[in-house]
Ligand binder design. Structure first.
Ligand code: CS2
Length: 469
């Protein structure tokens, strides 16, 4: 079987496959999305697919800022793909029609700038991952980065007398709106900067849905179900959440699709980053070192589960939960989400780009606890596990490539040091560690002790010891 899912083959889908319920050709493309990965396809695009049923102004023109991979998968399918929602051996499949086309920025930057300046565009959204916000300054005349494209698009709109769009960062960073605004202003000339300052909204957002990378087995099993091949499919869990700082202007009726609009995203963001993502990173490094392939396997082991609960006890005490967030209930739901065995979420996937993730997930709650004179042994153990991960070797001696923008730097620092104490000290020189923390004696002593334990006994034994405590 090799025939693809597409507009022409839609009619052949089995009856139990749900599909978009609006006329795609008549929907206006009110959104440009930068960075079309699996997360976007399973979160925002799937939600806007619902939105278009009542207000067909929110089709998406998406762009890849780096490679043509996603475009090459989606173009032969007319932008269609299936979202497979998995839990307990039960798969619900919906074909999503919200993505109109995929542009590849490096192939044709002008077309993307023109797309950003199209009159019907009201909203520009981004998922460019954490490292997308730390790129070198860009040139709006020949943009390469998300910030560069946004500045160039806004500049063109201003010169044509068009209203600006709102720019919505959907990446897992605290204060993501302010970071995006800063990055865009850094590449704008003063006049454009003033216009942006006066007219452009950069709302803060919190996004949540677990979306493991699709593999060939997923594609093959969906093909058996659909009778058609879909190389752009995504798999995900039933849960999703999106909290957006409310903003003025012609925006989608977010409330109608279940998005939470608020004046204060920060407490939602902190809870999600420190509980969900913090635990994810701990599982990624401790599990990865121990040879545990999947998140659900880590929490199926009582010792792993108890480690996650201890980490949450430490992190939870640093939170100031927003009204409406019941932390014990949130933790219980999270543990259920992590236990979802049909997702097959790889620890290696989460381990990626740790240097960009640690500050908001682990170092921020550690700093809060140190400031209050509280111990943070489990959070610091997770940092030590990240340090050990930088050696590129599991506890069983299996080598792997450290996938991180700082990998060559961390590799060099480790090679210059002998033994865990020197290694910890060397890595603490990296910018990602706030100076006050790198010089805090309690922190240095604890991270060194935890790294020594990991090197001596291996991650699995250390996790067991902590569970027995
Ligand atoms: C994960 C996140 O890969 C990772 O770093 O922690 O992608 C996580 O699955 C999402 O933030 C869930 O919303």
């Amino acid at each position: 079987m090799s025939e693809r899912l597409s507009q022409a083959t839609l009619g052949r889908l089995p009856a139990n496959v749900e599909r978009f319920g609006y006329d795609r050709r008549r929907a206006a493309a009110g959104v440009v999305h930068l960075g079309i990965g699996a997360f976007h396809r399973a979160h925002q695009a799937a939600l806007f697919d619902r939105l278009n049923e009542s207000d067909p102004r929110w089709a998406i023109r998406a762009a890849s800022l780096r490679s043509p991979g996603v475009r090459d998968e989606m173009a032969p399918q007319d932008g269609l793909y299936a979202m497979v929602v998995r839990e307990g051996g039960d798969d619900r499949v919906r074909v999503i029609g919200a993505v109109r086309e995929v542009l590849v920025a490096p192939e044709d930057p002008r077309t993307l700038v023109e797309a950003l300046a199209a009159p019907e565009v009201r909203l520009v959204t981004l998922t460019v991952t954490e490292k997308g916000y730390r790129q070198a300054p860009d040139d709006p005349e020949a943009p390469r980065t998300a910030a560069g494209f946004i500045a160039a698009g806004l500049n063109l709109r201003r010169s044509r007398g068009l209203a600006p769009f709102a720019a919505l960062s959907c990446d897992n960073l605290p204060d993501n709106g302010a970071r995006l605004r800063e990055a865009v202003l850094a590449v704008s000339d003063p006049e454009l900067g003033d216009w942006i300052g006066a007219h452009v909204a950069f709302p803060k957002t919190m996004v949540d849905r677990i979306v493991p990378a699709t593999d060939e087995a997923d594609i093959a099993s969906l093909a058996r179900h659909l009778g058609l091949v879909d190389r752009a499919m995504v798999k995900t869990e039933p849960f999703w959440q999106w909290v957006i700082e409310d903003f003025p202007g012609d925006r989608p009726d977010f409330e109608s699709i279940g998005v939470q609009m608020t004046s204060d995203v920060a407490p939602w963001e902190d809870a999600k980053l420190r509980l969900l993502n913090g635990a994810h990173s701990a599982i990624a490094y401790l599990g990865g070192l121990a040879g545990t392939d999947f998140v659900h396997q880590f929490v199926a082991d009582p010792a792993g589960r108890s480690l996650v609960e201890s980490l949450w006890d430490e992190a939870q005490a640093t939170l100031d939960p927003p009204p409406g967030l019941d932390l014990p209930g949130y933790r219980e739901a999270l543990m259920r989400r992590f236990s979802n065995a049909s997702l097959q979420h790889r620890t290696r996937q989460i381990a990626m780009d740790g240097s960009q993730k640690l500050p908001q997930r682990l170092l921020a709650p550690i700093a809060d606890r140190l400031r209050r004179g509280q111990a943070a042994d489990v959070l610091i153990l997770a940092v030590a596990a990240w340090m050990r991960w930088q050696s590129g070797c599991t506890d069983a001696g299996e080598p792997f490539t450290v996938d991180d923008p700082l990998a060559s730097q961390t590799g060099a620092l480790l090679r210059s040091a002998h033994g865990p104490a020197e290694q910890a000290k060397a890595l603490l020189r990296l910018d990602l560690f706030p100076r006050a923390m790198a010089e805090d004696e309690r922190f240095v002593a604890t991270v060194t002790r935890q790294l020594e334990r990991l090197c001596d006994k291996g991650a699995r034994a250390v996790v067991k010891e902590i569970a027995r405590r």
